[in-house]
Ligand binder design. Structure first.
Ligand code: GTP
Ligand code: MG
Length: 382
């Protein structure tokens, strides 16, 4: 089927519906693995699928792009896991991460793949729920929406790094903390422990495989409601954060200006340092502003490129399929030619006899045979 793109580059609505109805992808189980940087997402995927995705060994983020495990079979079902970067990535901005994750969720849903569930990983070894952890979880909730929470499993990792009692106490706290996991657990999500073994990872997948696949909020917003990314729940959350950040930046800049005035008579070194601070802040502000302002534009452009790449791939596959059909036709023609040119196989004595007897009535045959038998009878014995 040919996909059509509107001028924006995104597939139109009717087309997305058509694709969803015609693709038989229900048997592939797609599960997304999300969570903050270094919570063990790639390690989990490796354990469950037998893959060898890169895992981090320092404080820097390791997975900076959305990647997929290969397809593997679990209990006779085809499973694919989606690895995602955390919203606190040390090398990629939150806006970039939102664009990346949205692009994948948007495209997979357009092609009829609906997530069977989401795993949200959290380190039990983290002593406190820092601001970054909360922010990450807020973004996660905006992506999923409340309607799909019964397909969400919160997985606590790194149990080997904590004293079991302390870990259990933290777990209780996580369950009862109104700001964090309590509301989602009350709305249908579950929280379970991962002991960092392949068996545990696969048991976790088994739990989620039983679910009925559901469309995430961001997918509904982007595909069904045709919203601009900045108008989605997650996009709006980033916008709100950006407004807060801009306000903080302005206040800091103001404070530096005041200090600079006060330091008018101070030594040149102090003035130089303050000036440096001001410049740095200004650059940061500009960067955040540009990223925010270009979110929609860049997303539309990337979606268009993705669709074009997919279309190209589809054409290549169609061409390969057509070439396959042509080759089969050619093969059949060759076989027919071969049959025509081959002399008939040598006939067996029985076949020759049968051919010779054709057209002779059986009474004459019988008479001949009986005459011959009589002749034999009359032959002199040796
Ligand atoms: N002790 C222990 N270490 C773990 C566990 N899971 C992951 N690790 C280690 O934690 C580090 C980070 O793991 P990753 O799998 O790279 O984490 P990630 O969530 O994919 O990180 P990003 O790609 O940066 O977002 C690695 O050194 C892992 O070996 C676990 O359950 N227990
Ligand atoms: Mg990773």
């Amino acid at each position: 089927m040919n996909s059509q793109q509107d001028t924006n580059g995104s597939m139109n609505h009717a087309n997305a519906d058509e694709l969803r109805q015609t693709r038989s992808v229900e048997d592939v189980i797609l599960i997304a693995v999300m969570g903050a940087t270094g919570t063990g997402k790639s390690t989990f995927i490796n354990l469950a699928s037998g893959m060898n995705l890169a895992v981090g060994d320092d404080l820097m983020s390791c997975t900076s792009e959305v990647t997929y495990s290969h397809e593997f079979i679990l209990d006779g079902r085809r499973v694919i896991l989606m690895d995602t970067p955390g919203f606190d990535d040390t090398t990629v901005s939150d806006t970039d991460i939102l664009r990346m994750i949205s692009l994948h969720l948007h495209t997979t849903y357009e092609h009829g793949v609906i997530l069977s569930g989401i795993l949200y990983l959290h380190r039990i070894s983290d002593p406190r729920m820092g601001g970054i952890t909360r922010r990450n979880f807020t973004m996660f909730r905006k992506l999923c929406g409340d309607e799909t929470l019964n397909n969400v499993l919160i997985i606590t990792t790194m149990w080997g790094l904590v004293d079991p009692e302390r870990g259990a106490a933290r777990e209780r706290q996580l369950r009862s903390d109104g700001i964090l996991f309590k509301p989602v657990l009350e709305s249908g999500a579950h929280m379970i422990r991962h002991d960092n073994t392949p068996k545990c990872a696969q048991d976790i997948l088994r739990m989620i495989m039983k679910n009925r696949p559901q469309v995430l909020r961001i997918q509904r917003e982007l595909v069904d409601e045709q919203k601009d990314i900045s108008q989605t729940g997650a996009g709006a959350e980033l916008g709100r954060e950006f407004a807060e950040l801009a306000k903080k930046h302005r206040e800091e800049l103001e404070a530096i200006r005041a200090e600079l005035e006060a330091a008018h008579r101070a030594d040149t070194q102090t003035r130089k340092e303050l000036e440096e601070c001001r410049k740095q802040l200004q650059t940061e502000m500009e960067k955040a502003k540009t990223a925010h302002e270009h979110l929609s534009q860049m997303y539309a452009q990337e979606k268009k490129q993705t669709n074009e790449r997919l279309e190209l791939l589809r054409q290549e596959l169609d061409a390969e399929k057509a070439a396959g059909v042509d080759r089969q036709k050619e093969l059949r023609q060759l076989q027919a030619q071969l049959v025509r040119n081959t002399p008939p196989p040598a006939e067996s004595p029985e076949q020759l006899l049968a051919a010779g007897l054709k057209g002779i009535d059986m009474a004459s045959v019988k008479a001949i045979c009986e005459t011959d038998v009589r002749k034999i009878d009359r032959w002199p014995a040796n």
